[in-house]
Design a protein around this ligand. Structure first.
Ligand code: DHB
Ligand code: FE
Length: 280
């Protein structure tokens, strides 16, 4: 039986990846952030998951405006880091798990009627690689297999928060019905408040981020009912990425234990948030 052993929520700011790649994590600017992430690294090193499902948005890298899947799941054997304009990040190629990937797709499409886009070949951008670097540092190989799950946050309309929350619950049913002994962790990535463009560029809303983190742990269902308009107003245009955390939360039990929480401003132009959860 496969088991979901943990959930991790984290921002996926590309500058964090650059700090790791360029060896500047101990500089005055970055040290507080990496110190705050350290307990999550120790947690996952001890947990030793076999597979991590990384929920993230592709930032017009593998996909583009010519093709915008709402939910796309990687069933391939490997996923290389995407060249986002500065060469691919010097991180390992993700090893996939096609058998488990196809099980997820079959369960989601046939049992829960989520019409997931099935992706055999894909590269993964900072949305996926930065959380992996934060969790695992700079190994020669990622210490587990990776299933990338892309959510559209690029072209309006993205899915609702509730659709994401329900998808998380469906992913949990798929995990629980997989007959191989796999220990699985799910990452929800993106956010917290940030807006990278337009008149409100630089927006950070610590009060709303704090509310989100508080309620996310204790009582997430109402968060899934918040509409795009409120999220865009309060968290900024790119802050809408927080809906991907709801996929992770939906997959976890209703009652969870908060293992670690960290919040730090600024990380580049973004409010950095981190939550580590275990089923209670
Ligand atoms: C930036 C990009 C992101 O995708 C994100 O989630 C946060 C910040 C950036 O370009 O700074
Ligand atoms: Fe992003």
């Amino acid at each position: 039986m496969a088991t979901l052993v943990g959930g991790l929520g984290t921002s996926h700011v590309p500058a964090i990846g650059a700090a790791i790649d360029q060896g500047t994590t101990q500089d005055a600017y970055w040290k507080p952030l990496f110190d705050g992430v350290e307990p999550a690294r120790e947690w996952i090193a001890a947990l030793k998951p076999d597979v991590v499902i990384v929920v993230y948005n592709d930032h017009a890298s593998r996909f583009g405006l010519d093709l915008v899947p709402t939910f796309a799941l990687g069933v391939g054997a490997q996923f290389a880091p995407h060249d986002e304009g500065y060469g691919p990040r010097p991180v390992p190629v993700c090893r996939g798990n096609p058998d488990f990937g196809w099980h997820l797709v079959e369960s989601l499409v046939l049992k829960d009627e989520f019409d997931i886009t099935i992706v055999n070949e894909m590269t993964v951008d900072h949305g996926c690689t930065v959380p992996l670097s934060l969790a695992f540092g700079q190994p020669q190989e990622w210490p587990c297999e990776v299933i990338p799950l892309c959510v559209n946050l690029i072209q309006y309309p993205p899915p609702t928060g509730n659709r994401c929350y329900q998808l998380g619950k469906a992913i949990r049913r798929a995990i629980d019905s997989y007959d191989k002994d796999l220990r699985i962790v799910i990452f929800g990535t993106g956010g917290l408040s940030h807006q990278l463009q337009g008149e409100r560029a630089g927006l950070i809303n610590t009060a709303y981020d704090t509310m989100w983190l508080d309620r996310f742990v204790a009582d997430p269902a109402p968060l899934a009912q918040i509409g795009h308009t409120e999220l865009l107003r309060e968290l900024g245009s790119e802050g809408l990425e927080v809906i991907m955390w709801l996929i992770m939360r939906g997959a976890m039990d209703a009652h969870v234990k908060q293992v670690h929480r960290f919040y730090h401003v600024p990380a580049s132009n973004t409010a950095y948030g981190l939550l580590v959860l275990e089923n209670a």
